[in-house]
Design a protein around this ligand. Structure first.
Ligand code: EPZ
Length: 422
């Protein structure tokens, strides 16, 4: 397993290109199952999660070809499809559950392994099951698999979700595009990745309204066509790199960044003393003073503060002037970066869904371990500002969601290198 060595090296300055959104691409790729014609995605991120989704779709019978070093993905599911999503792939990545809705819509049946829990929580599937059942699916849990089928095809329905689940919104919307009649999803998730998926489905001929709001209306159609669609910028990678000048000082321009992708996040940065300026080509970020101010953070569904930026924000607040309280309301166990940050001298007290952080002047380099995707990058951020050397182990977590981290940060003056394990 590779590690990453970082030596704290003072303020960082430069330009960082932001890639296409992992969480948009992981929903866009299964959409190919809805049409017999090819779906091409451009601006795709080059990540291990995308390779896992490629593996899964190929196991279902989809032809996938990656061009331009993986930035362009062309998929075609005109052939015979296998309706079984195998545990060995699904267990590696929860987003595999996003083939359930499209397979049901296209084939009328599917077997998808339960993804199982992961480091940040149990992550059940009940909201997905309720949503697809509302469209007429019969879903039964047997031997660790969801066995789903529908007699005579899916039928449009009005359904209100108990929680604005991102994945369940995506499964419902994709399934409803081919259901008979009109569907209305209430308490729908509003994330930009869902807006991007709906833009792509509309390009494929779907009739959908209300993306970005809590009520999405879908008029079922008989078939969908192929399309070419650019993956939206990754707002979580964007927010992560915006924290680099915040924690080390200096000035970084994040190419492709737009304020509307990170509204609530920018409000918090402003309160902490960080300036964000929208330029023609991205977002320019600088710290107004030598030390950021403590701020409280509560994670919420979009447009609230993103849970996927909570770990990174905690790293920043470990160096803030004052005490901050972070409340994690989306996942039940998403503070595993805290003990690792404490190894670097951070002062953090975790109680249930709350973490109280008392800022220190300087963190100190240490050997630390990545536990999940966003925790891993929060350790990198802390290491950039720490005194001395830090070695982050198990960086396979990092490679799931961040492409070429060392390259992007070294270009801004960071002393960072990958230590390859044999
Ligand atoms: C998506 O996961 C993202 N993943 C996550 O990003 C992100 O943290 C999450 O949305 C919240 O924004 C992808 O888009 C691939 P949810 P998803 O369904 O769809 C509970 C990252 O770091 N829940 O909105 O799985 C669930 O346990 C990843 O890139 C149920 O109880 O999130 C969680 O506590 C991590 N039953 C909460 O809802 C269900 O049926 C939010 O889950 C579904 C979810």
């Amino acid at each position: 397993m590779d590690s990453i060595l970082v030596k704290g090296n003072g303020p960082l300055n430069g330009v960082i290109p932001i890639a296409g959104a992992k969480n948009a691409c992981l929903a866009l790729m299964p959409a190919t199952l809805l049409s017999e014609e090819p779906l091409t995605l451009t601006n795709a991120p080059r990540l291990s999660d995308i390779r896992t989704m490629t593996q899964l779709l190929e196991s279902l019978g989809v032809e996938v070809s990656a061009l331009q070093d993986g930035k362009v993905i062309t998929m075609s599911s005109h052939g015979l499809l296998n309706p079984v999503a195998d545990y060995d792939i699904v267990r590696k990545m929860r987003a595999s559950n996003l083939v359930l809705g499209p397979l049901l819509a296209r084939l009328g049946h599917a077997v998808v392994s339960l993804p199982g829990g992961c480091a940040i929580g149990a992550r059940p599937m009940d909201i997905h099951i309720d949503a697809l059942t509302a469209l007429g699916a019969e879903i039964e849990l047997r031997d660790g698999n969801l066995h789903a089928k529908t007699q005579g095809g899916l039928k449009g329905a009005v359904h209100e979700m108990r929680f604005a689940s991102v994945g369940a919104t995506e499964n419902f919307v994709m399934a409803a595009t081919l259901a008979k009649g009109t569907s209305v999803l209430k308490n729908a998730a509003r994330e930009p990745e869902i807006v991007d998926l709906i833009h792509c489905l509309r390009r494929m001929g779907a009739e959908i309204e209300g993306e970005g709001t809590s009520t999405i209306t879908i008029q079922g159609v008989d078939r969908l066509n192929g399309a070419t669609h650019p993956v939206v910028t990754d707002r979580i990678e964007l927010g992560t790199y915006m924290l680099v000048p915040a924690i080390t000082g200096g000035e970084i321009e994040c190419l492709g960044g737009r304020i509307n992708l990170v509204g609530a996040f920018c409000e918090k940065l402003d309160a902490a003393g960080i300036s964000v300026t929208e330029t023609e080509r991205g977002l320019k970020v600088t710290r107004r003073n030598d030390r950021v101010k403590a701020v409280d953070v509560v994670t919420e569904p979009f447009p609230g503060f993103p849970t996927d930026l909570q770990a990174q924000m905690m790293a920043l607040l470990c160096t803030a002037d004052g005490t901050s309280v972070l409340e994690e309301k989306i996942f039940e166990n998403r503070f595993m970066h805290a003990p690792e940050l404490m190894r670097m001298g951070a002062k953090i007290e975790v109680q249930g869904g709350h973490a109280t952080v008392t800022g220190v002047e300087k963190l100190r380099g240490a050997r630390v371990m990545a536990t999940d995707l966003r925790a891993s990058v929060s350790l990198i951020l802390a290491a950039l500002a720490a005194e001395g050397e830090t070695v982050v182990s198990r960086v396979y977590h990092l490679d799931r969601g961040y492409e070429r981290v060392e390259e992007k940060l070294s270009a801004c003056g960071a002393k960072i290198e990958r230590i390859r394990s044999e």
